[in-house]
Design a protein around this ligand. Structure first.
Ligand code: G1P
Length: 287
């Protein structure tokens, strides 16, 4: 079965980036000239998604504006004959069908995904968290979709994380089928390193069968007093096999300040127009 829908939760408050995120969504922080959320939407589209549901919250209006038409700006660019820029701006608003649903209070990732239930309409769907940018020829979400199509079961993207950081992730226990695929045995939300069943963490890309929604509904509040997606996954795992897939690609957790800066540097070094300047600048620190 094809996967055409994706839920992208963007209701988080972005406290790690205050004060910048006091009046702007963390998802709009730019990697040079393109907001993080644009990269995430591109990954979804390149994975075959054509219908995106953003779960938003208060003060996320600029995300809606970003993916909407900008008549005044377009008129201005047209009048100035800035055709390249005009095309870039117009392409953004016609990228994909986007729907917006508000999560009234920040009650957790599981709750955010549940708000999209009516739109999902009993179909399998992808979830992409808005903080991660993953760079790879085959997008990470596409890798999960390929596994879903092979086995017909939910698949979550994982990678090895430093032991001391297990408290930031859903950590899996799995039975390895090969170098990159596990059958999920358990998943624990944000365990302390001494309680973590492994150092393999869920990184914010998932493909789910629709049964995950009932499972989330049947959870009670978990870590942080929130409805946790991880607890829904644990319940789903009692009914259906779930796979954890060690994706191929370089991930930047742009919700982390140092990782955000690294992402900007790497994107600048990959950009023909500025790589020499940036290399020269970095070299000064290497002698
Ligand atoms: C969420 C999930 C967690 C996952 C993480 C990936 O946590 O609850 O299981 O490992 O995303 O980024 P958050 O980072 O929203 O606290």
């Amino acid at each position: 079965m094809e996967i055409k829908k994706a839920v992208i939760p963007v209701a988080g408050l972005g406290t790690r980036f205050l004060p910048a995120t006091k009046s702007m969504p963390k998802e709009m922080l730019p990697i040079i000239d393109k907001p993080v959320i644009h990269h995430v939407v591109e990954e979804a589209i390149e994975s075959g998604i054509d219908d995106i549901i953003f779960v938003t919250g208060r003060s996320k209006r600029s995300i809606e504006d970003y993916f909407d038409d900008s008549p005044e700006l377009e008129m201005h660019l047209k009048a100035k004959n800035k055709d390249n820029m005009l095309k870039i701006v117009q392409d953004i608003s016609s990228m994909v069908d986007i729907h917006y649903i508000r999560q009234k209070e920040p009650r957790g990732l599981g709750d955010a995904i549940l708000t999209a239930e009516k739109h999902i309409n009993d179909e399998p769907f992808a979830v992409l968290l808005g903080d991660d940018i993953i760079v790879n020829g085959t997008p990470c979400t596409k890798q999960l979709i390929d596994n879903f199509q092979k086995y017909g079961r939910s698949t979550i993207a994982v990678e090895e994380v430093p032991r001391e950081k297990t408290g930031s992730y859903g950590i899996i226990q799995g039975k390895a089928l090969d170098e990159s695929l596990y059958v999920l045995e358990d998943i624990i939300e944000k365990p302390a390193p001494e309680n973590a069943p492994s150092n393999i963490g869920a990184i914010g890309r998932y493909v789910f069968t629709p049964e995950i929604l009932d499972c989330i509904k049947n959870t009670t509040t978990g870590v942080g007093n929130e409805i946790q997606l991880t607890d829904g996954i644990r319940l789903l795992n009692e009914q259906q096999k779930i796979y954890a897939y060690k994706f191929t690609g370089k991930r930047y957790d742009t919700g982390d300040k140092a990782e955000y800066v690294k992402a900007i540097i790497d994107f600048a070094l990959a950009n023909e127009d500025m790589q020499e300047q940036i290399k020269g600048h970095i070299r000064r620190f290497c002698i």
